[in-house]
Write a new protein. Structure first.
Length: 212
């Protein structure tokens, strides 16, 4: 597998999504925890969405950089028709805003310019924790894990329409939800993970996941 991009090793992959052509897209933010083993290769000088493309004649994977405007991308998910890639860009710096973005997937496999669907707020205690992970339901709505106890409304699950309009918000009974996915029978159960190791199962959400 091609682990290097422009002579440097990738950072710390956070989330991934596979498209209909078998290409693996993944977010690649920094982490305070070093990778295991000798630190031989320097880190990248950017945090981007990367993609693994297989070279079928050779049978090896190549890493390609797909965004040049992300600061610390976390979650990513495709729309049901795979024509749009949604990304949560959640930089830690207090001066940088956390956003939910949409990128058009072009016919040549590249991405169009980012459209900001939602910007997470700040309050007197500081910037709210932005989106971490997400999934998309069969109606195209975007389900995002975000927030924490440090500031803002707390740990939450948000549901946004494809336009970015907020539809729902639901508190999570543990700090820092990290990711979510639809599974179980008929993909009608929402599973939610948190930073301290919890796994929640949420039934009767009236939403279903997308069968890929």
């Amino acid at each position: 597998m091609g682990l290097h991009l422009d002579g440097a090793r990738h950072n710390n992959p956070h989330d991934l999504a596979v498209d209909g052509k078998g290409r693996v897209w993944f977010s690649d933010p920094y982490s305070a925890l070093p990778l295991r083993g000798p630190q031989i290769y320097p880190p990248l000088d950017h945090c981007s969405i990367l993609r693994l493309d297989i070279d079928k004649p050779v049978g090896e994977w190549d890493v390609r950089r797909m965004t040049d405007d992300t600061l610390e991308p976390r979650g990513l998910a495709f729309s049901p028709d795979a024509a749009t890639l949604y990304v949560t860009d959640s930089p830690a710096a207090p001066t940088d805003s956390c956003q939910l973005r949409a990128y058009l997937v072009k016919d040549d496999g590249g991405l169009g310019p980012a459209v900001t669907l939602h910007t997470f707020s700040t309050d007197y205690r500081g910037k709210h924790r932005g989106g971490a992970g997400m999934c998309v339901d069969s109606d195209g709505n975007i389900i995002v894990t975000a927030g924490g106890v440090a500031c803002g409304p707390g740990p939450m699950i948000y549901v946004f329409a494809p336009s970015g309009q907020p539809l729902e918000s639901h508190p999570v009974p543990a700090d820092a939800p990290t990711n979510c996915t639809c599974g179980g029978k008929d993909l009608a159960t929402l599973f939610v993970t948190t930073a301290d190791g919890n796994l929640f199962q949420v039934k009767n959400t009236r939403r279903k996941g997308v069968a890929r």
